[in-house]
Design a protein around this ligand. Structure first.
Ligand code: PLP
Length: 422
């Protein structure tokens, strides 16, 4: 997109101030204050020479001139709604480049396919999102890709052991971590993973990509790129979209790596559509407001739950004891505890179900990060495809409940939890 007046000032303003203007030029859209929906599959070139020049840049046939911009060609390659959105989303993580996708899984699958080859090994933390786990174990395995995992939270020694084991299985090409882990909120030390990946890469003379699924805390409360990660991935369906009405994903990183991701996206056709782009542009304007409110509400809810006689254990980042080694990781890489709370209820699965069925304001649904508060039962819902003994190893118990805290009045949330626990 053409540069706007505010684009040169981007380092002087905070992202929340730029979400209403950065990357969009009203003059190019009849003066419309807001970026319209460019619901078009293709774009008209002013002349044949221009079309030729755009393709030369898009297909890397020659080096782009210093003042030359890639013009609009075809919505699988580029579209204004997606481009403005990508420029704005990149500001939160201070990423050089961002690519949007039609789902979080599309972002993950495209990125992994770009950097992993047959015979390679992916090291990953556990638990990870069920779709990612399935993709690694049942899709990538068809192409001879192996996985080696460590359970979060893990010490540096445990992660190191996983590297040693993985190195015997094949070339390690990617470390994929999800922190905090779903549903236990267990943390993975990003800097430790980066250091081990660099050391292995140095020894093997191969680059190991460290990718972090930052869906739970990002893009406000954790910035993996600042801790040395190569790529950040999002299910934008969650906090970025924030209204539980759109499925989308994103990948961010250096220009060099993102050129590769974007190229594969073009040929797989996994990019987001203009309508998705427009919806997310709208969401980004209130991202900080929503996430701040959700984070504050979660603090109230956690304070209520931690003292409740029916609550067995609370898994909330704001309550990590000083002696817990995760506390140091939290202080190093997280800017807030976020709005995901997990707890175990005294009793069995039956007690958990009774509680879930008694909620009135909280909705019984999976997903997270939306304006409304949600509750779910990980063992039989989001993590149902993990065998019971494996669930136990990961700390997912039958009496466990996961809450995603929304923007409601916090006292009303507590009233609802109190009556359901009662
Ligand atoms: N990563 C995490 C942590 C998720 O929770 C999800 C979905 O729940 C995904 C990735 C996949 O995202 P999507 O559903 O947008 O494809």
């Amino acid at each position: 997109m053409k540069k706007t007046k505010i684009d040169d000032m981007k380092d002087k303003f905070q992202p929340e101030s730029l979400m209403m203007s950065y990357g969009y030029k009203p003059e190019l859209s009849e003066g419309a204050l807001k970026c319209p929906i460019f619901q078009t599959s293709t774009f008209v070139f002013r002349n044949a020479q221009e079309g030729k020049a755009f393709f030369e840049i898009a297909y890397g046939l020659r080096t782009q001139g210093p003042r030359e911009e890639l013009g609009l060609i075809y919505s699988r390659l580029n579209n204004p709604d997606l481009e403005v959105l990508e420029d704005r989303l990149a500001l939160w993580d201070k990423a050089e480049s961002c690519a949007m996708f039609e789902s979080g899984m599309a972002a993950i699958a495209t990125t992994v396919l770009e950097f992993v080859r047959p015979g390679d090994v992916i090291i990953h933390s556990e638990p990870i999102y069920g779709g990612t786990d399935y993709f690694f174990k049942h899709v990538m395995s068809r192409y001879g890709v192996k996985t080696c995992s460590f359970i979060a939270p893990a010490s540096r020694q445990q992660i190191e052991k996983c590297f040693a084991q993985a190195a015997k299985m094949g070339r390690i090409s990617m470390v994929f971590i999800e922190t905090p882990a779903n549903p236990t909120n267990a943390l993975v030390d990003i800097e430790a993973c980066v250091a081990l990946a660099k050391a292995y890469g140095h020894k093997s003379k191969q680059r190991v990509i460290v990718a972090v699924d930052n869906t739970f805390l990002g893009p406000l409360w954790q910035h993996p790129l600042a801790h040395g990660a190569d790529l950040v991935l999002y299910s934008a369906t969650k906090y970025i979209g924030g209204h539980s009405d759109v499925i989308a994903g994103a990948c961010l990183g250096s220009r060099e790596l993102m050129t590769r991701v974007r190229t594969l996206r073009t040929f797989m056709g996994t990019m987001g559509g203009p309508w998705t782009g427009w919806l997310l542009l709208r969401s980004l304007e209130t991202l900080k407001l929503r996430m701040t409110c959700q984070m504050k509400n979660a603090r109230y809810v956690a304070d209520f739950l931690k003292d409740h006689p029916k609550v067995e254990k609370l898994y909330y980042l704001g309550e990590l004891p000083a002696a817990d080694p995760q506390r140091a990781v939290f202080e190093k890489q997280c800017l807030s505890a976020g709005a995901m709370i997990t707890f175990t209820i005294k009793g069995t699965q039956k007690s958990a179900f009774k509680f879930l069925d008694s909620l009135k304001l909280f909705k019984l649904a999976v997903s997270l990060g939306g304006t409304e508060s949600l509750a779910e039962h990980p063992a039989t819902m989001t993590h149902a495809d993990i065998a019971r003994d494996q669930q136990e190893r990961l700390g997912i118990t039958p009496n466990m409940i996961r809450l995603s805290i929304g923007v409601e009045n916090p006292q009303d949330l507590i009233t609802d939890l109190k009556q359901a626990l009662g």
